[in-house]
Ligand binder design. Sequence first.
Ligand code: BGC
Ligand code: NOJ
Length: 809
Amino acid sequence: MRFGHFDDSRREYVIATPHTPYPWTNYLGCEEFFSLISHQAAGYSFYRDARLRRLTRYRYNNVPTDVGGRYLYVRDGDDFWSPSYLPVKRELDFFECRHGLGYSTITGERRGVRVRSTFVVPLGHPAEVQRVEVTNTSTAKKSLRLFSYVEFCLWNAYDDMTNFQRNLSTGEVEVDGSTVYHKTEYRERRNHFAFFHVNAPIHGFDTDRERFLGLYNGMHEPRAVAEGQSGNSIASGWAPVGSHCVDVTLEPNETKVLVFVLGYVENPTSEKWERPGVLNKVRARSLIEHFSTSGQVDAVLLAMELHWRRLLSTFQLESPDPRLNRMANVWNQYQCMVTFNISRSASYFESGIGRGMGFRDSNQDLLGFVHLEPARARERIVDVASTQLPDGSAYHQYQPLTKRGNNEIGSGFNDDPLWLIFGVAAYVKETGDFGILKEVVPFDNQSANSAPLFEHLRRAFHHVLDRLGPHGLPLIGRADWNDCLNLNCFSETPDESFQTSGNQAGRTAESIFIAGMFVAVAPDYAYLAQRSEFEEEALDAKAQAEKMSETVLRHGWDGDWFLRAYDFFGKKVGSHECTEGKIFVEPQGFCVMAGIGKDTGHAKKALDATKQLLDTQYGIVLNQPAYTKYHVELGEITSYPPGYKENGGIFCHNNPWIMIAETTLGRGDRAFEYYKKIAPAYVEERSEVHRLEPYVYAQMIAGRDAPRHGEAKNSWLTGTAAWNFVALSQHLLGVRPDFEGLRIHPVIGREIDKFTVTRRCRGAEYVIRVSNRGAGDRAPRLTVDGTAIHGDLVAYAPAGSRVVIDCEV
Ligand code: BGC
Ligand code: NOJ
């Protein structure tokens, strides 16, 4: 069952009902100011950091769900309602939400009044602009009274939940004309404030929540709206809000437009005040001036469209399958931008408080983002590498505002450093900017201890080699990619964090996943070493990878698949000898991607076992059988009920590893079958089961051991986005930037018999026309501008050129 449809020509998903199986959200903003917005206009805005600079309030995990947003109340005679359905929930004659690239439009109509609100965070400005078009669709004149509403957060969203006794006395506002200013704590150490403005004269306002809503009322029944009259309240402590009351009179068919601006301003310390106690509003006014007319909003929307058209033109696919086209051309790339911007911090499943930017996460996000805006990818690489510790290890997370490593969680996830090599390699392949390897970057943000970026990579690579366990396999540390496989933790105390506590002395647990990753990244590392004129290091890296491959085949092979790990006691994890957790997906994906056992048949066996034991109708589960008991020596993974999260859930993130692995064996039919199982556009028809947005990936879909098999959780912020884009664009469609050229090697199976990819890379444009007859097991035959070439590598053309490649496979 569907709850909407894709409007491909406008690159929008159109939600046709407020009653979706879960709030379906979008992200506004792609620079410093961000908003989350659900199809019912709930969500919140923040400047750079969702914890420390949260402008508006949102109530996570609440009843009913999705509480707090930018709300509009329409009072029409005795009736009042909300065009976004929530919060009033009065039945609408028409509802539609269009989530587009960087904007959302929500339309509601009731009793002859149609309101269309467009929400956008303009490029280059720290503000959310809301354009509200009100139309009289009836045959009689209408006199309406509109009330806007946002609730200000008291900036530190953590305190807002935990130390609110303080906040109840700190709230301060000013009202100036049609603008409400939220200036809590500005009197002391802050130089930032927020405002909420409307471009029309107001009949009244409220800034005190209690006065606007009524102490015992919900947002669906504000006292001011019910009475038809604002209270003109000035908040003093308690809960500051911004509400305007605007009168609108409309003849039949007439439309009037209002523009609201929710903005963020920083004043230099010396310019904080206009006069004692009164905010200096100069910067706010100039921000407002950019958006005082509907025409200015049109310009913002046009700029947004052009921005996205330009970004997405880097990679465009034409294939006979519209679902594939919309994933490749629009939604998967869009999600990659969002994960790049937000990492795992703020979504409808991540509070924006607990987690900053993940070291591992950010590097993976780069893989799917780097082609869109390489310059921003470069900055991110430098930020991330600056948090690396001198011994090569990495803070697991860092805060976006300070860019400092997060001490609360610390380091010790032994896969983390290796991801930096993946990120840097992807960037260099895309851009040819080998100069980045010479960029001097600090360790742990201490400029006194800096080194060229290549040295960071060297320490990352050796961090693994310096920490090998009894079998010669990499020590796992706190955990590897699977944050919940905590083999050294042994937690018996409730409330203890598996991620940070109790690492046992000795720590001999080893990870075959890290081994696979090490071998997978070694060729890129060796290449970068050689280009940095460290010939011996390059040779040594290849030798070490060779040795690690042998070690994996000797100690990391279980007979029919790759083992997952050795635990603290040297016992196997992910082996047929285990009673539960006999097989895990991660090492099958990474070891095969690394090429381990390709020539010996191990790789094929491992993938066949994956198919047989882990594949379900909704995707590949993480492990089987799922753990039914808590195992103190395995940690958090066994704390999840069977079928959820890392314990037998379909972790969408590692499904593409298996897809890529299948393509390395030339098995395109199977790779594409896996692709279709989890790609959101293909699951649209079963939205009532999947429940989350059909336009973006979720982190997890409940596995077959779970009562709710097929139900997704945690949409948007997941490495799934980047990895699926890599799998699809580089391996299934087979257009893969490499250091020396563009590698063209499609392995997508027989269903997609022909397609064209237009790819811009290093300033040149490549039009790749593929005629695909086989399953993917034949070497492609290429002609470049009409001339046949050997192999699958097309040398990079000079910037500005256009190259036509014909590929038969
Ligand atoms: C991940 C989850 C995992 C959790 C364990 C987080 O980093 O998002 O997948 O279940 O850690 O607490
Ligand atoms: C989500 C985390 O963000 C990611 O880093 C991790 O690899 C997966 N969970 C698996 O545990």
